[in-house]
Design a protein around this ligand. Sequence first.
Ligand code: APR
Length: 340
Amino acid sequence: MLSRVARPTSCLLSRAFSTTLQTNSNVAVLGASGGIGQPLSLLLKMSPFVSRLNLYDIAHTPGVAADLSHISTKAQVKGFLGPEQLDDCLKGAEVVLIPAGVPRKPGMTRDDLFNTNASIVRDLVRACAKTCPKAMICVITNPVNSTVPIASEVMKEEGVYDPKRIFGVTTLDAVRASTFIAEAKDLHVKSVSLPIIGGHSGVTIVPLISQCTPPVSFPQDTREKLTVRIQNAGTEVVEAKAGAGSATLSMAYAAAKFAENLMEAMGGADNKVECAFVRSDVIDGVTYFANPLLLGENGVEQNLGAGKLIDYEKKLVDEAVGELKANIKKGEEFVTASKK
Ligand code: APR
């Protein structure tokens, strides 16, 4: 249950994210044995906001859960293996994080993952709709621009759709952007933050460097190089891993950061703002879009929109729109086609 209680006990995550309020959330990770799932589960096990941590996968969860369960922190960890244990895993879940699926290999775009990952997300979200329809669903599985519409369509089909409770986790784009800007300007990385709007792949990722805190300025060619680096940062990791997968550790950090802010907001903390890819009417004709969101007890409390953009950023949004619409349509059509 979520509740307002004392300030959190000292731990790495609470220090890293300067938290001020403790909650006791029931959390489920689906795909918990994977490259993202394991470090994400470790970070959640270290979080003062998690009281129950249920780990689901089609492989290895008994081992992962036994291992994590020996760590001397509050969260009670349990492993669930295979589809017959999925409903038990989801019973009572308030926050569900989904990194299940296959990762990219060099030369692949996130969209190339669609064929495998679309049905994985569809089936896992259908189980959430039946067992924990009020849970916050945080989709990590790529292509996020399509898997979030898939999650939404499934919830609609099951009659339990609440657009305020379905998030595509795009936090890693902001984490990367603040790291790169801090490096470029020799700033303390914790002091740097900026919104990343649009979607979560290639040109759909639109960093708003003009809205950076603290304000930073770059010559236009440097701004463009930085923008392209932020858009392609995932590919940097895919290439460096040379066939062994995509970003896992930084993705786990980013997802844990998002989940902690969400859990705090659910527990009543004020001013928790995160960017995420959600149902939207911020841009005409683009039905899902990422931008800053004020989080609250019921998920998205207020969509804060994109703010004021400079001309270069407006051009980036224009370039993103076509691909975003196509990605969204592909996700929605997949669910419609699955019905036939
Ligand atoms: N149900 C539950 N878990 C599943 C299912 C399923 N139907 N199918 C696969 N998995 C699990 C795998 O058993 C594995 O443990 O998902 C996990 C995926 O782990 P990895 O292959 O290591 O992939 P990872 O790097 O974690 O990325 C997973 O997240 O960011 C995205 O692009 C990334 O889509 C990819 C996903």
